[in-house]
Design a protein around this ligand. Sequence first.
Ligand code: GLA
Length: 390
Amino acid sequence: MLDEMEIRKKLIDFEARFGRSGKIDVYYAPGRVNLIGEHTDYNGGLVLPFAIQQGTYLLIRPSDLPPARLYSDELGLEARVMTPDITKKNDWADYVRGVYMYASEVVCGEIPPFDAMYFGDLPLDSGLSSSASLEMATALGLGSLDCRLSKEDAVKVCRRAENDFVGVACGVMDQFTVAFAKERHAILLDCDTLDYRQVPYNLKDTVLVVGHTGVRRSLTDSDYNKRRRECAEALSLLSAKIEAKRNLSQLTIKEFEGARWSIPDTLALRAEHVIYENVRVEEAARCLETGDPETLGYLLNRSHESLRDLFEVSSFELDTLQEISASQPGVWGCRMTGAGFGGCVIALVKEDALERYLGRVPGLYWKSTHCDAGFVVTTPGEGASMLEIL
Ligand code: GLA
């Protein structure tokens, strides 16, 4: 998180840009890592994510006349939202436009225009949910415009903004985590029912390192939506063979193995990943709670292999960083996190092996890929909220 001094400086920048008038409110929404349970959310499965210590900040103040004016300090880009007739512009501000539009349509009615400035310390397009973080900061920020959303409604509005406005058919994991995360816990979420449990993060003498491959990825032009379609197709073929199921996660391993021969190979591999990944998530939650990094590390490695070989959403750089990491002394396990196609890995590392890990891995990775990797150690942080800056 940024310290208060940095946020105060941004308040000065805000006034320099938009002028001095009423009170400016400050909101924060974190990014997240997913410990395990990848590409299961839109298949009604289990996930085990937590919020990280980096995120998106929003400074917001109502204004008198449309258009709403936005500024992203990180991108150095301005944007506008023409209220109340909102149209997509294919730029970063579409996430904001989508949230504004659905919040007003579904919950709040007409919302006044506003001035807003976004900044933060979360790398973009890295599989750390920068988009959900931007959406959630916006959704909570609408509270300063007389549009107060419950966290449940905020999750729905943000997801709809991403699915229907931006056009990425993401599941519910990111928005849910960013809203409901709790310090020192991971969330075990059933994405079919939205039942969840805060699982205590009890790993001792072990740190979680987020390693960025240096390769950005964008879900709007990745195969993400294609994977969703493949899963839907696998579900409908398997349902026809066995019995109607709401989603792939409802199939038991036995049912799946008995019927996999009846569907095309590629679809069977996609379904296999989802069905077995759910089992790994349940075991991982137990490891987290009982403090068993060794088994957890084993599960991370298996999950990575499955995403690489069965679901095929990894990349050369992710595989290289995973392999180098997992083979270092004192590393329990490592896997890609998030959608894949670039972005980050997470590595579970013994505390006393961390220095050696950070000393060796960047060089080895560069030798193989000629990319610069970046590393940060993270612990589970709090979900989105309004901040009191005095
Ligand atoms: C992205 C999506 C999530 C989820 C992951 C893969 O982060 O936004 O909903 O599908 O990919 O697990």
